[in-house]
Design a protein around this ligand. Structure first.
Ligand code: NAD
Length: 414
């Protein structure tokens, strides 16, 4: 079987699989599969060379029936409507699954931030905010960081938006602490991934103490996931990023690698461990494999070679539908993205709540509430898995789709 689906079709295939099990009717299905609003803007920026480059920026607001739409902004050469649409719909299912009062959105700019100066990135972000800001709002759509965007980018957005609409820190989450960011937000996605891994490993009979873990992608999500899992006793034997990979059979010194990467934004130049390619990392002999970079890295071409007992989707959509079917068939546990990486949007929700109330929570409170939501969600998902004999991904989608379908019906208007 050839794998020719685009990203959005891939996500809708997962949606259909779960919608079939719960018997969602055709009318509601059509609504839930159609994005609410899609906006594309040109973003002209004068480069340091003096030339003008026109970038393209996107925002897809997938569904807002349960609350303001929420989702990250990605700066990457491969950003397009198809990718953003797929990620926006995942946000709808993710926020519904963890039961926070948000809908789903996603956005991005097609650009290569590694080739751009700080000034160019700031101009790009500000111009994008000016052109896209009318579609956002504290109670409409709230962006956040994603691949290649960080607290500084969020600060520029908050400043640019506030210049036009008045002081609005809650218009973005993932801001620096000084500007209304939440304690614990930067680490939240990785913390959530580590909680999801801990819960699922226990049920899969994998002892986290001494478990051999490989992580693809060592940016915000991958590096914090590695740090927390290593604190829980796991041995991180391999990590990689866009520059390549590192391997150490006895385990990499994660704290030092985390500090190196925090400072240099790459694992390159760390000087310890053997070199490893990104392809080899995926099929390495380990207990737990954690893709934490981009989508579509586990496919029909490598899913049969995966040696891990469990794959935890820290990235969004790292496994294609056929790759997923192969892993299921082989009995490899897959902890799906809409649960595994939901810690980020959960703490983004806490940040938004704090901004609206002009109050600050302490980090312990943030982490306690995050832990509660991740564990409660895991228990809800595994209860459905057992009742309906479905994989974890289908169970997670079933819960999420039912919640969104219910609110769509209650609100009506069609
Ligand atoms: P990031 O930009 O901080 O890090 C991305 C990492 O992936 C970097 O280490 C980069 O070098 C690496 N990478 C890029 N291309 C690669 C390639 N071809 N091979 C291997 N590694 C490659 O981004 P992030 O915020 O850590 O996001 C990572 C993933 O997690 C994305 O799929 C994102 O959608 C998802 N996610 C992020 C958050 C969040 O809060 N940041 C929340 C939920 C999901």
């Amino acid at each position: 079987m050839a794998e020719k689906l685009n990203n959005y079709e891939n996500t809708n295939r997962l949606f259909d699989k779960a919608a079939d099990v719960i018997g969602i009717d055709e009318d509601i299905r059509k609504i839930l599969k159609t994005p609410f609003r899609e906006v594309k803007v040109e973003v002209p920026v004068r480069l340091d060379s003096g030339d003008i480059e026109v970038f393209l920026g996107y925002r897809v607001q997938h569904n807002g029936s349960r609350g303001p739409m929420k989702g990250g902004l990605r700066f990457h050469p491969e950003v397009d409507f198809d990718e953003v649409r797929s990620l926006a719909s995942l946000m709808t299912w993710k926020t519904a699954l963890v039961n926070i009062p948000f809908g789903g959105a996603k956005g991005g700019i097609t650009c290569d931030p590694w080739q751009m100066s700080q000034r160019e990135l700031e101009m790009l972000t500000r111009r994008f905010t000016t052109r896209m800001g009318f579609a956002w709002g504290l109670h409409r759509d709230i962006p956040a960081p994603d691949v290649n965007t960080n607290a500084q980018v969020m600060a520029w957005i908050m400043d640019q938006y506030s210049q036009r609409y008045g002081y609005t820190p809650g218009i973005v989450t993932g801001k620096p602490l000084e500007l209304g960011g939440s304690p614990g937000r930067e680490a939240a996605t990785g913390k959530g991934v580590s909680i999801a891994t801990r819960e699922a490993a226990r049920d899969a009979g994998i002892d986290l103490r001494g478990a051999r873990v490989a992580i693809q992608g060592f940016g915000n999500v991958g590096s914090y996931t590695g740090k927390f899992l290593s604190e829980m006793g796991a041995t991180i034997i391999a990590v990689s990023d866009a520059s390549g990979g590192l391997y150490a059979n006895a385990g990499l010194p994660i704290k030092e690698l985390f500090d190196h990467t925090y400072e240099h934004r790459t694992i390159e130049g760390f000087g310890q461990g053997e070199a490893l390619s990104n392809e080899d990392l995926i099929t390495i002999d380990c207990d737990i494999l954690i893709p934490a970079a981009l989508g579509g890295v586990i496919t029909q071409d490598n899913a049969r070679q995966i040696e891990a007992k469990m794959v935890v989707e820290a990235a969004n959509s790292p496994i294609t539908t056929i790759g997923d079917a192969i892993l299921n068939e082989r009995g490899i546990v897959v902890v799906p993205d809409i649960f595994a990486n939901a810690g980020g949007v959960t703490v983004s929700y806490f940040e938004w709540v704090q901004n609206i109330q002009a109050m600050t929570w302490d980090e312990d409170h943030v982490n306690t509430e995050l832990e509660k939501i991740m564990v409660r969600t895991y228990n809800e998902v595994t209860a459905i898995m057992k009742q309906r004999h479905v994989p974890m991904r289908t169970a997670a989608f079933m819960i999420a789709i039912q919640r969104v379908a219910d609110t769509e019906k209650m609100r009506g208007g069609f």
